[in-house]
Design a protein around this ligand. Structure first.
Ligand code: PEP
Ligand code: MG
Length: 577
């Protein structure tokens, strides 16, 4: 009988194939004291295991097929760099010498000390990097246990078209898997930010992570269906179910091929309205994707990444050079730079070293933090202004709550312009200034904000969080996160209408804008500018090109009147029919 399990779908697509259970026995760590006379030999034992582990990784790096996504080699390089760092190449040797402990014990002491530092950092991305520490240390421990023999997957076993079920996978495992043509994978550990998840998405391998005890429930060789879109795993399905998923698989592949054909198509609705499709970007890879899907420009450039995983604060020059690089990549398309939105779910240190707020989402974040500390804000403003002399740049303030706060930010911008003028430094005198509407107070009074701004941008990720009083990264209340909540829709409508009345553009740059399920709803509410992750653009374009706004408007407006789930489902079905 079929068994259904649910995990976290992190890479879309359907995989069907037999289960291959990957048992990677963790090396046992026996803690032993070493006689003084054997210390030098134990250090040599550690060094030779370290060098064997390094050779293995170099071999994996050389096996990466040409044309593979850059992420892959970057992950392997990171592991090589970690191995080469003195924390792993020499500290364990020092520990053996000082404490007369065996190599395994020394590695464990060092690994635990590093993991402790990672865990003390309150950042979900860093927390997942802790896995890398385990992977690299395990590799040396395995080499110690096996006397330096290769721990990689046995080449005589065929993995082709199989679904790998493992506790966790290292980036090196994933490279080998791509080599072996695996159909998909399921892991017991990991989250959406884990390397396994990131790689699976880059490689387009359907994947599910965080399925605890998967290896207990699934049997080697049994048939498995993995639906990476919704996190569904079906073991031992009947023929009818397999047929259904084969069809779904073919349909997904066909759709992906169809979407690519839309790359050069105009983003125009069936009823003729011109829609602007912009991209949200954060890292270099987003820029490559943006070009691939022909986005009209950048509607949200998140600049927080410049501040992350480092001890110092980026200076004006670093900001400036980064913006010029992005401008060059955009080849004349507009770039909307959001001033830094640190705090809450976005790392604060080293920028803010004061007492931590009880409720960081409501504390000193975004524009509040910037206004509180102009020494943090002004170098970014100067860099944005200077870069605006070189290409079409707009500036956008995040987390606005009150109009006086906005006026204070505008005043700082004006003062910065005056300083540049007095020094003869060029910038775009007419640089457009926009504000993110992501706090309910700002949405309700959007008309007041619109009086002082050139454009508005709706940040639904935060707007939903604050409207429904749910922490956007708290798993326990995620079920309440609902873009269709009538209060959320009412606020979105208020903002769109405020823009229309003032004749300034309104964009939506929260995740809702990139979910094609909501495209018609948003068009019906009057939205004409969307900014989203680049890989959603073609899907949204496809929906809007098939939309006649006059036909769907009344269903969209009707959604504002209902909180009943059944009625909402019914109206959404009519909208998307
Ligand atoms: C938002 O809140 O919708 C948004 C786009 O900003 P971020 O997700 O970066 O907070
Ligand atoms: Mg936000």
């Amino acid at each position: 009988m079929a068994l259904m399990l649910n995990g976290m779908g992190v890479s879309r697509g359907v995989a069907i194939g037999p289960v291959f259970i990957l048992h990677r026995n963790q090396p046992e760590i026996i803690e032993k004291e070493i006689d003084r006379k054997n210390v030098a030999a134990e250090v040599r034992r550690f060094k030779s295991a370290h060098s064997a582990a390094r050779k293995q990784l170099l071999k994996v790096r050389d096996a990466i097929p040409e044309g593979s996504p850059e992420d892959i080699s970057a992950f392997i390089e990171t592991h090589i760099l970690m191995l080469d760092d003195s924390m792993l190449s020499s500290t364990p040797g020092d520990l053996i010498k000082h404490h007369h402990c065996n190599a395994e014990w020394a590695l464990k002491l060092q690994r635990d000390a590093i993991v402790k530092v990672f865990e003390s950092m309150n950042d979900p991305y860093i927390a997942t990097r802790r896995d890398d520490v385990y992977h690299v240390f395990d590799r040396v421990l395995q080499a110690l246990a096996s006397g330096g023999k290769n721990r990689e997957i046995d080449d005589t076993v065929s993995w082709k078209d199989q679904i790998i079920v493992a506790d966790d996978l290292t980036p090196a495992d994933t490279v080998l898997m791509q080599h072996h043509g695996v159909a998909g994978f399921v892991t017991e550990m990991g989250g959406p930010l884990s390397h396994t998840a990131i790689l699976a998405r880059s490689l387009n391998i359907p994947a599910i992570v965080g399925l605890t005890e998967a290896r207990r429930y699934l049997k080697a060789g049994e048939q498995l269906v993995v639906d990476g879109s919704c996190g569904l795993v079906l073991a031992d399905p009947d023929d009818q179910t397999i047929d259904h998923f084969h069809k779904r698989q073919r349909e997904i592949r066909r759709k992906a091929r169809e979407l690519v054909k839309l790359t050069d198509a105009k983003p125009r609705t069936k009823s003729g309205e011109k829609i602007t499709l912009l991209a949200n970007i954060e890292i270099d890879d987003d820029l490559k994707l943006l070009r691939k899907v022909n986005a009209a420009g950048v509607g949200l450039y998140r600049t927080e990444f410049l501040y992350m995983h480092r001890k110092d604060i980026p200076d004006e020059e670093e900001h400036y050079k980064t913006y010029l690089k992005v401008l060059r990549a955009l080849r004349g398309a507009p770039l909307t730079i959001r001033t830094v939105d640190l705090g809450a779910d976005k790392e604060v240190e080293p920028v803010y070293t004061g007492p931590l707020a009880h409720n960081p989402a409501m504390g000193l974040r975004g524009i509040r933090l910037c206004l509180n500390d102009p020494s943090l804000f002004v170098p970014q403003l100067r860099a944005i202004l200077r870069a605006s002399a070189k290409g079409p740049i707009k500036i956008m303030f995040p987390m606005l709550t009150t109009v006086p706060e906005l006026l204070q930010a505008i005043q700082l911008l004006e003062n910065t312009k005056d300083t540049l003028r007095s020094k003869g430094i060029k910038f775009d005198n007419k640089i457009q200034v926009g504000g993110m509407i992501e706090v309910p107070a700002a949405a309700i009074s959007a008309a007041h904000f619109a009086e002082h701004l050139d454009f508005l941008s709706i940040g639904t990720n935060d707007l939903i969080q604050y409207t429904l009083a749910i922490d956007r990264i708290d798993d326990q209340v995620n079920y309440l996160y609902d873009p269709l909540n009538p209060a959320v829709l009412a606020l979105i409508k208020i903002v769109i209408e405020a823009g229309l009345k003032r004749k300034i553009p309104v964009t939506m740059c929260g995740e809702m804008a990139g979910n094609s399920e909501y495209t018609r709803l948003l068009l019906g509410l009057g939205l004409r500018n969307f900014s989203m992750p680049p890989n959603s653009i073609l899907e949204v374009k496809n929906v809007l090109r098939g939309t006649n706004i006059a036909t769907i408007r009344r269903h969209a407006l009707a959604l504002l009147r209902y909180s009943d789930r059944n009625k909402q489902v019914d109206l959404m079905a009519k909208l998307n029919a």
